[in-house]
Each structure stands twice: as C-alpha cells, then as structure tokens.
Design a protein around this ligand. Structure first.
Ligand code: PDD
Length: 275
C-alpha cells in the first residue's frame, strides 16, 4: 500500500508522522473520501469544494490547486491509474508544541492513499439500521477527522450486525455515522436540511438532483423519530454506501423480503447511469 505524505510517495510502513502532529493530538484536521470511476473522479470538483469549505471552517490555510495532480501521482504509484478506486485525503494542521489554540505557524500535513473500489451492486444487501441519540458536536457540517462519536456509535451497531446507525437530535433524525438518510412518504422525498447538524454529503446532493430529474419532489425537512414507522421507504446515501435501501429501522420493518421501494430503486438506477 502506497501513501502520499507531504510531497513523497512512500510505502505505508515508511510513512511517518510526528507524535506532535495536531491531527494525532487533537484530531485537528479534515478529510475527504472520493471515488475514481471509469477513469475520472466522480463529482471530484464537488468533493474538492467541500474540502475547501472544511479547511475554511477550521481556519486552516492550504493551497488545493495542485491536489488533483498529486492524486494522479498517487494513483499511478498505486497501480490504480484508470482503475475504479477510492481516494482518502487528509489534511491536518501539522506539528506544533501541544497548546489548544491554533499555532501561529505550522506546516499542514497532507496524507493520502488510494485503494481499489468495487461499486456496490444496486441489488446490494438491504441495510438494517439502528437509531441512537446524536451525542456528536454541533459542527457536523465540517468533515473533521475527529470521528470518535461516529466510531463509537458505529461499533455499537456493527456488533449487532446492523449496517448503519442513524442519529436522532431532539427527536429529529439527522444522518448516519458515515452516510445521509432519506425517507419517502406519498412520493415525496425527505432529508434533513444541510445545516450544522449533518454533513452535506456529495451523494446526498446527487440524490436530490436525481429526484428532480425523475420528477420527484424533495423536501429538505427533518423526519422525527416518531414518524419513521409511517414512512413508505428509507434509503442511505454516501460515497462508499452509494444508495442503499433500508430494510429495517430498529423494530420497524419496511420490507419482510428483499423488496426495494419504487423511488429508492429508480434513484439507484439513475445513479448507476451517471457512471
Ligand atoms: N463518510 N455523513 C457523514 C457523517 C459521513 O461521514 C459521510 C461520508 C456522509 C456522506 O457523504 P458523501 O456522500 O459525501 O460521501 C454523510 C465517508 C465516506 C467516510 O467517512 O468514509
């Protein structure tokens, strides 16, 4: 496994970061996960724009102009040029004596790796999902590497064999630990508004566009925990998840067999045609 670290391509065993890197000490950094599909980045500009937004939100200055070239170098070195792959990009504030406030001067650390990615079959196993209180912070719009709450929640539900946890903040369903959630009721699609309580997923944005393309109304309104049992369909979106049909949320079963809701299915098909 090759890694890009601050201008060098290294074997991952040889890629070393200081113990005083603020990414390690404080989780002081941001990241992106994006795909290369059929030789081009899937909504690459949107992923880079979001990275830029995350950097701005944490006041981390970093020139992204040469990032696409660096990613190309990484993909070539990883033997993934033109192959379907997942690219992980992480920028942390860099090395400085441990003090909470941002240091005046630090060189940001850029680390990236790429691995082969197989696009999930549209008929992927349907997701079963658990609800948990949203015990995360109030800046979920920043794609921060500080993912402890997401990691804790996801570990809890994975133990039970579920695919994803969805968070509930004051009774409103926000998003998953690594995906966004949508609901369908009477042919109207609902998803939490893109505010500080969710990450505005690129796949979420694509799904909203696809709804418009297929003539389905979308309302960016949160669904409450109580309404879940009254919904007709639910689905998750994310770079690694793509569009996954939700079979079950806690004890509420949407389908008893391998059915997939009409709108979920149309969106899955529309998404696969974009690639
Ligand atoms: N996660 N919400 C959260 C909390 C996420 O971490 C992600 C993505 C999403 C979906 O965003 P997008 O559609 O842009 O991938 C929503 C990535 C894939 C990860 O952490 O691995």
């Amino acid at each position: 496994q090759k890694v890009y670290l601050n201008g060098e391509i290294l074997n991952h065993e040889d890629a070393k970061i200081s113990v005083f890197d603020r990414g390690f000490l404080f989780g002081d950094g941001v990241y992106e996960v994006m795909l290369q599909i059929n030789g081009s980045f899937f909504y690459g500009d949107e992923h880079l724009a979001r990275l830029s937004k995350s950097l701005l939100a944490i006041h981390l200055e970093f020139d992204l102009a040469s990032l696409p070239d660096k990613i190309e170098t990484l993909l070539k070195a990883s033997d993934l040029h033109e192959k379907d792959s997942l690219v992980y990009i992480q920028i942390t504030r860099g090395v400085a004596p441990r003090k909470h406030a941002f240091p005046e001067k630090a060189m940001p650390t850029l680390m990236m790796y790429a691995k082969p990615f197989e696009i999930p079959d549209i008929n992927q196993k349907q997701a079963s999902v658990r609800i948990m209180d949203d015990f995360r912070w109030h800046r979920c719009d920043i794609k921060s590497v500080s993912l402890l709450a997401n990691v804790m929640a996801n570990t809890e539900i994975t133990k039970e064999g579920d695919y994803e946890v969805i968070f509930s903040r004051e009774g409103a369903i926000t998003e998953g630990s690594h995906s966004n959630i949508f609901f369908v009721k009477n042919n109207v699609v609902y998803t939490h508004p893109a505010n500080e309580h969710i990450l505005d997923g690129i796949t979420r944005q694509i799904a909203i566009e696809l709804c418009k393309d297929i003539g389905v109304e979308v309302r960016e309104e949160a669904i409450s925990k109580k309404e879940i049992a009254n919904m007709d369909e639910a689905f998750l979106t994310g770079t690694t998840t793509q569009i996954a049909s939700v079979k079950q949320i806690d004890d509420h079963l949407y389908y008893t067999n391998d059915d997939v809701g009409q709108i979920t299915k149309r969106l899955q098909e529309a998404l696969s045609q974009l690639k």
